[in-house]
Design a protein. Structure first.
Length: 248
């Protein structure tokens, strides 16, 4: 991912490789599954001081003078740091259970990469971002309908984000299912959604309705999104239990 913003050409680029192992299973019918993953890569930041308009380049009564040189010194213009993250995910696909729990936990920026552009000496690094999610797949008396309440908790430094809600999946057959549901982002927005999945493809639509004070800045309008997800994997015999991890 590469982002660029501002007149100073600030650029933020990150590149990571993720690897996970899904072979940890236990129980009488091997119904307990644990996936463990690690992500490693780098974060690169840079900017171009020549594109900045600095305070001592402004002349009272005249304005900005690009011919004036600035006395500001920028010892660091380009920096790169390693970035390491890791996590795990558990789920139960016991065919004899109507309620099948799942749980995931991860931590990003475990090595707390340094950020020399931050002027706050108390926090010259990226703090660890903790992510926890949990949910329950509830099989109804109609085996083709599954309800999934779901909650996500994220915290990084003083920033906090909590999302809770759920979805209903209606299986038409082994290859096709319809989805509908809604999630609430704490102190921010409500997001209803609907979708259709066929084999390993999912087409979804959602509408983000702002419920916080920020709604007055967008004139009450929300954010409409359309998504298409494709998952490619090796062909193998499917489990009789349909476990689909919800995706926020």
């Amino acid at each position: 991912m590469s982002q660029q913003a501002g007149d100073g050409g600030f650029r933020y680029t990150q590149s990571h490789l993720s690897i996970n192992y899904t072979g940890i299973r236990w129980g009488v019918n091997q119904q307990h599954h644990l996936s463990v993953g690690i992500q490693a890569g780098f974060i690169q930041r840079s900017f171009e001081p020549s594109k900045l308009r600095l305070g001592d380049q402004w002349v009272p009564g005249i304005g900005y003078n690009p011919n004036l040189s600035s006395n500001d010194i920028f010892p660091v213009r380009n920096t790169m740091a390693a970035d390491i993250s890791g996590g795990l995910f558990y789920f139960n696909d016991d065919p004899d259970k109507k309620n099948r729990p799942f749980f995931g936990a991860s931590a990003y920026h475990l090595n707390q990469p340094a950020d020399p552009f931050i002027t706050n000496n108390d926090l010259p690094y990226i703090p660890v971002r903790y992510v926890v999610q949990a949910g329950l797949q509830i099989q109804t008396e109609n085996e083709n309908i599954v309800f999934t309440p779901h909650v996500l908790y994220m915290q990084q430094g003083t920033a906090l984000n909590v999302i809770a809600g759920g979805q209903m999946s209606l299986y038409v057959n082994d290859d096709t299912r319809f989805l509908t549901g809604a999630y609430y982002r704490w102190n921010d927005a409500v997001t209803p959604f609907a979708g259709i999945a066929y084999n390993r493809m999912l087409l979804g639509v959602s509408y983000d309705v702002t419920t916080s004070a920020l709604s007055r800045f967008v004139n009450g309008t929300g954010s409409f999104e359309i998504s298409l997800s494709c998952m490619f994997d090796k062909k193998e015999k499917r489990s009789p239990i349909r476990f689909e991890c919800p995706r926020f």
